[in-house]
Ligand binder design. Structure first.
Ligand SMILES: O=C(O)[C@H](O)[C@@H](O)[C@H](O)[C@H](O)CO
Ligand SMILES: [Zn+2]
Length: 299
């Protein structure tokens, strides 16, 4: 294990930076600013950032096998043609609700795109409760509703053996697990894996590492924590120089670097002065673990 280093790499600040995905072929990091609202790509070799605006809040972006990206934007799944800067609707969700939006999403190992919704926040973590649901978009563009009554749909990922699905509804202050059926994309047997401690703040995004441990972003906790979902214990804490940590993903050579997004939404001038890097993206090196390459939506 090398020496742990935390570096601010993307200095352009996001109101809510989210949804980082490493794109190996170009050595770029793809991510969103939910309130931009925009999708961006940071090139790790040239330090250049390319962005495109979306029509409304964009919670997540994932690569698509046939090219371009798919996003969870407002209450629709939509296809993005990055070259043409064009967005087209694939499917709508929450059609009977008037004030929800997509939040975190990720592609499962079989190419299905999972993403959840939440009520639009009045202030961070202040929102009408039980308005969210967890959905998946399948290769034939059908949508499955896995469950509703969600307060603030957030982090998700699958165990490396595909047997478990991990999930965060932020206002439960827990990480939960389900049994996962990789053949159908079905979830069963919901249970708690980890409950956050006070100073860890609010659970936000998460990603899995190659050893099957969870890296959880702690919003208002200024850290990511590594959790063993088998024992429900915290194995490691990595502190960052900003409080509102939103999500992390592995990238870089052999997926050994951890990229961590953050937000500045809801901070007053005084706290922004104390945390001038709020909304930036950080790179953590020297963790001594590897991630799993991201999957692409197969539809
Ligand atoms: O980053 C996200 O996933 C949400 O869109 C944010 O709004 C925060 O999670 C939330 O405010 C923290 O509770
Ligand atoms: Zn999130």
């Amino acid at each position: 294990m090398g020496t742990l280093k935390v570096e601010c790499v993307v200095k352009e600040q996001n109101e809510i930076g989210e949804g980082p995905v490493w794109e190996e072929k170009d050595a770029t990091l793809l991510y969103v600013d939910i309130y931009g609202p925009k999708i961006s790509r940071w090139n790790s070799l040239t330090n250049q950032i390319e962005s495109m605006h979306t029509e409304t809040y964009v919670g997540c972006v994932v690569p698509r096998r046939s090219g371009g990206y798919v996003i969870g934007e407002g209450t629709r799944f939509a296809a993005v043609d990055w070259e043409k800067r064009a967005i087209t609707t694939i499917a709508n969700v929450d059609t009977e609700k008037s004030n929800t939006r997509f939040n975190d999403g990720k592609v499962d190992p079989a190419g299905r795109f999972f993403a959840g919704t939440m009520a639009v926040e009045v202030r961070p973590a202040e929102l009408e409760r039980k308005q969210g649901s967890l959905y998946s978009l399948h290769p034939d563009h059908s949508v499955v509703t896995h469950f509703d009554q969600v307060d603030l749909s957030n982090g998700l990922d699958w165990s490396p053996d595909h047997r478990f699905f991990y999930y965060v509804d932020s206002l439960t202050y827990m990480v939960e697990a389900f049994d996962y059926d990789i053949h159908t994309g079905g979830l069963a047997n919901r249970r708690m894996v980890y409950r956050l401690e006070k100073d860890e703040g609010i659970p936000d995004g998460m990603c899995i590492d190659a050893e099957g441990k969870i890296w959880l972003a702690c919003y208002n906790g200024g850290r990511v924590v590594r959790i063993d979902p088998q024992t429900g214990t915290r194995l490691q804490t990595v502190k960052l120089p900003v409080a509102k940590i939103t999500l992390c993903c592995f990238g870089g050579k052999d997926y050994t670097d951890l990229y961590v997004t953050s937000a500045y939404k809801g901070m007053d001038e005084e706290s922004l002065a104390k945390q001038p890097q709020a909304g930036c993206i950080f790179k953590v090196t020297g963790l001594g673990v590897k991630g799993i390459p991201p999957y692409s939506f197969s539809g």
